[in-house]
Design a protein around this ligand. Structure first.
Ligand SMILES: [Zn+2]
Length: 204
């Protein structure tokens, strides 16, 4: 996905978003339908429906809409990654990840069991984060590569490169933050369940 906004990308190029999209679809041989929907909050590539949603009109010539189009077609070109492809099977795993520490705590299992389980859950979580991260970076690099030879000035390329680097940093900092929230929650669930189990045991 590619979030909107960007006020500073208002220099106009010699080609429209619609022309760029058609050219890329021909070049990549992606059989996707493109929907231009300015009401949509963000650009999206729907793998199953083979549909790309762009939040700007096809006649737009400014840099950011062109980048958004390139980014979403990049997603279509590379296709869904492994975990995303099997997300229907993997999604039910997420509540289980939180249920296991509760069960371990309620049955008063030793801390080492909860610790080992947390490590396994973290590996799963980090694989998911890595997949999302690499898929976004790949799609943005694709857009940058396709725009490099087409835009009028080097300044535009520099602007997009700078933006891409910022995105990578932002994502790289976001992953440890989510990782901390995730591991602390699992640990909290285990300790809370163990506390209540011991309290109930003591009262009996
Ligand atoms: Zn994306």
């Amino acid at each position: 996905m590619c979030k909107n906004p960007e006020n500073s990308y208002n220099s106009e190029e010699d080609f429209t978003c619609g022309e760029f999209v058609q050219e890329l679809l021909r070049e990549t041989k992606c059989g996707y339908e493109v929907v231009y929907d300015p009401q949509s909050v963000k650009g999206l590539c729907h793998y199953k429906k083979k549909e790309i949603i762009l939040t700007y009109l096809p006649e737009t010539r400014t840099l950011w809409p062109l980048f958004q189009a390139g980014h979403e077609i990049g997603h279509a070109y590379y296709g869904p990654d492994f975990l995303f492809r099997y997300r229907a099977l993997l999604l039910p795993v997420i509540p289980v990840l939180f249920l296991v520490p509760v069960c371990l705590g309620l049955t008063n299992q030793p801390t080492i069991h909860a610790f080992l389980f947390t490590i396994c859950a973290c590996v799963f979580f980090l694989l998911g984060c890595y997949e999302i991260f690499s898929s976004e970076v790949k799609a943005s690099l694709f857009a940058l590569e396709k725009l490099k030879s087409r835009v009028k000035t080097q300044k535009a390329v520099d602007k997009l490169t700078k933006r891409l680097k910022l995105d990578i940093w932002y994502n790289a900092l976001e992953i440890p933050a989510w990782f901390t929230v995730f591991t602390s929650s699992l640990w909290f669930f285990y300790l809370a369940a163990r506390y209540f189990s011991q309290k109930a045991g003591g009262a009996l």
